[in-house]
Design a protein around this ligand. Structure first.
Ligand code: T1G
Length: 704
């Protein structure tokens, strides 16, 4: 079945792209030959005065080049040629003597936007599904279908850079505002309007003075240098793509279009073969697979959810309430034990929805409908109809068990799911006193809930598959990337974080400077150092969890002195303004609080000047090894989930592909050697997971 159809009416050729048996339109080798024959037909038909290009799919215009092709490209030269090939395909439209119009409805990304850029006009629908952008940077690439060259010649340089450096997807109205599309209309009249644009004839687009000025060297250099400063502060130079984009745009704007396109193809070729890009492409396919993963191995399916109850209106509860009313579009009953607490939680949600209104991302009537889904209560009234009740109260097992009993008493015959947001208490413990343990599940969110993309769903040994599947579905509706793990102390994300943090504290006790430890792990690519992270998560929270894990794993996750002294000095971290860092007015968490050293009994802090490499290995391999234990023990269902969980939940550097891909990139023989060395030097806590030893023995990796 054809990908493209061509209809000619009244001198206008309508080309419709509708890839059969696929939810997306993508530019691929399969589409190339048909595309070229359609263009040849149009080129040779002198009766035509115009061409309109549209998609036959409901919410998709064109999702770009076929990403799966990148996994088959091995050399820079091949990648360069693939970019040149795409340039040639799109140039065939640019060279048509007739007026060309792109009618954009639905996602128009990467090569999709690049194709539309060679059209004389771009008309877009005001549909919510119309999202326009160049997300290549998120694949470790630059727009290689002419986008790097043409976009800054169509829209103002700062807007073009923002799109290319962030991968931001614009709504149709935003795209019109920056001059990327000529008109925004209702999707019902999109094709008519596009056809009418043919009558306008080819535009004589002259860049405005401001745009010309922006492209002149001194101004351009300034804009580029400002953008580079921002990129470096965000990425610390760990990501090649944004820097290559800046360099290519800067040099390309001083060249003719052809030369600039060739420079772009070279840059695309260089980036495609980088290990960072390979890992980003792995992450794309992993997250795409997760979207389709029900989270259970049986054919159990999720039940419909229309009412959600949230117990606890603190930061987590309010955040869960927000993503549920806003993204899942489900009613939420938010309960707290105090009026102040409830009011604060409701206000927190209100502030987030107000922000969307103020940024014009929603209209007033949408603001009202979102807020109308949220109601508050100081008791259980209104919880009887909840399909799912999520508790987000403090980590007290008996309190959570009492809440289970309350909800079970309330729900009667309704099979209400009880989800706990605990970060470490085993689900089986929460379910131990339940009448219906099969309806108890873990839904571990990360703070702040409205920003952190991961949801870790934990199945207890008695949790029914339909309950797990329903929790997964709710998480996806809340806009989360969801992994499902099996029950155990600390589940996965908390369990791997604790040895990581504790090893950092041991280094402090050994006289290594706190700042040096954090700087070392940030130089590896962690968003924030382990000591700073403890302050942010809460030193008391971490200390509590260490005890839980030590009870479960003994000398593999040993307790350490020092943390109890920190707590005794009433240092809980950022939340009470006292921790390892100084939260006074003139520091605001930027500087280490030097008084911490005497609190934990470290004399002459910083005396131990370990190399960055040693610091990174000590701390990072604690996490890598624990991750392998989680996979070995079946807490993790797959290495894929472990990688996505660490990247989206703990900020593990995405350019490494995640802990398991990172260990594969080192080679498990090397990982085994490092761990055996650390084990010999520091004891049982570095005992290598048997899985690592076995895979190394077989010269295999986690993915091979
Ligand atoms: N290539 C290959 N497959 C793609 C694809 C693409 N560009 N986009 C989606 N798919 C597949 C996906 O793998 C899944 O397949 C199915 O479509 C449904 O996807 C030269 C080099 C478009 C917003 O980065 O962001 O152009 O698993 O479940 O949630 O400069 O897919 O079902 O077999 O994600 O509705 C730039 C990537 C490419 C867009 C839809 N474009 N895609 O989300 O569906 S590079 C992108 C997305 C490029 C040029 C450069 C999303 C989506 P399967 P889905 P969705």
């Amino acid at each position: 079945m054809a990908i493209f159809t061509l209809e000619k009416n009244n001198g206008i050729a309508l080309v419709t792209m509708d890839t059969p048996d696929s939810p997306q339109n993508v530019l691929s080798e399969a589409s190339q030959s048909e595309y070229e024959s359609i263009l040849a037909d149009i080129r040779n038909d002198n009766s035509l005065k115009g061409m309109v290009f549209a998609s036959g799919k409901k919410d998709v215009f064109l999702a770009g080049a076929d990403i799966s092709i990148f996994q088959t490209i091995e050399t820079q030269e091949q990648a360069y040629e693939s970019s040149k090939l795409l340039h040639g395909m799109l140039q065939q439209v640019a060279d048509l003597p007739i007026t060309t119009v792109a009618a954009i409805n639905g996602v128009c990304l990467g090569g999709g936007l690049e194709l539309s850029l060679v059209f004389d006009y771009r008309v877009a629908s005001d549909s919510k599904s119309t999202r326009i952008g160049v997300p290549e940077v998120q694949l470790g690439l630059l727009p290689g279908g002419g986008g790097t060259t043409r976009l800054p010649r169509v829209v103002p340089l700062p807007d073009a850079l923002d799109m290319m450096l962030t991968g931001r997807q614009l709504s149709a109205s935003r795209a019109k505002k920056i001059g990327l599309v000529d008109e925004v209309v209702a999707s019902s009249i999109l094709l008519d309007v596009a056809h009418n644009y043919v009558a306008k004839g080819k535009p004589n687009r002259k860049s405005g003075f401001k745009d010309r000025l922006m492209r002149m060297s001194p101004v351009r250099q300034f804009v580029i240098s400002q953008a580079r400063k921002k990129v470096m502060s965000q990425t610390k130079g760990k990501y090649p793509a944004p820097l290559k984009i800046l360099d290519t745009v800067n040099r390309g704007l001083a060249m003719s279009l052809d030369k600039a396109l060739d420079l772009e193809a070279k840059g695309f070729g260089e980036l495609l073969v980088t290990p960072e890009s390979k890992q980003f492409v792995n992450i794309f396919f992993a997250t795409t697979d997760l979207k389709k993963d029900t989270g259970v191995d049986s054919d159990a399916t999720a039940r419909p959810i229309s009412n959600v109850g949230v117990l606890g209106a603190g930061l987590m509860g309010a955040g869960i309430g927000y993503v549920t009313v806003d993204k899942a579009k489900t009613t939420v009953r938010l309960k707290d034990i105090s009026v102040e607490g409830l009011a604060k939680g409701m206000a927190y949600v209100g502030k987030l929805v107000d922000k969307k209104l103020n940024r014009r991302r929603i209209k007033p009537h949408q603001h009202q409908s979102i807020m109308a889904r949220l109601t508050g209560s100081l008791d259980y009234r209104g919880f009887k109809n909840s399909d799912v009740v999520i508790e987000a109260v403090f980590e007290d097992l008996s309190l959570k068990q009492r809440m289970v009993a309350d909800i079970e008493a309330l729900s009667g015959n309704k099979e209400t799911i009880f989800a706990t947001n605990t970060s470490a208490i085993p689900i089986d413990d929460v379910a131990a006193t339940a009448k219906h343990p099969e309806r108890i599940v873990g839904m571990h969110y990360f703070s702040p809930v409205e920003k952190m993309p991961l949801l870790e769903v934990i199945s207890g040994t008695k949790t029914a598959d339909w309950v797990t599947a329903t929790a997964v579905e709710l998480g996806k509706k809340q806009g989360k990337t969801v992994i499902v793990v099996n029950d155990g102390p600390g589940f996965y994300t908390t369990r791997v974080l604790v040895p990581y943090n504790m090893e950092a504290v041991r280094l402090v006790l050994e006289g290594v400077a706190i700042q040096e430890i954090d700087n070392s792990l940030e130089s590896f690519g962690m968003p924030v150092g382990p000591i700073k992270l403890m302050d942010e998560v809460g030193i008391d929270v971490g200390a509590h969890i260490v005890v839980t894990l030590n009870q479960a794993f003994g000398d593999r996750i040993p307790l350490i002195d020092g943390v109890d002294k920190v707590l005794a000095d009433e240092r809980m971290g950022k939340k009470n303004g006292k921790g390892f860092y100084d939260y006074s007015e003139d520091s605001k968490g930027k500087r280490v609080d030097q008084s911490i050293y005497s609190v934990i009994g470290v004399e002459n802090p910083g005396r131990n000047e370990l190399s960055r490499q040693v610091i990174i290995e000590r701390v990072l391999f604690s996490m890598l090894n624990e991750a392998a234990y989680c996979l070995q023990e079946g807490i993790l269902r797959s290495a894929r989930d472990g990688d996505i969980g660490a990247i989206f939940g703990l900020g593990f550097p995405p350019f490494t592909g995640g802990p398991f891909r990172y260990m594969d990139s080192l080679g498990l023989t090397e990982v085994r050697a490092k761990l055996e060395g650390l084990h010999a030097e520091h004891g049982q806590r570095f005992k290598p997971a048997q899985l690592i030893l076995d895979l190394a023995e077989q010269s295999k990796g986690f993915y091979s």
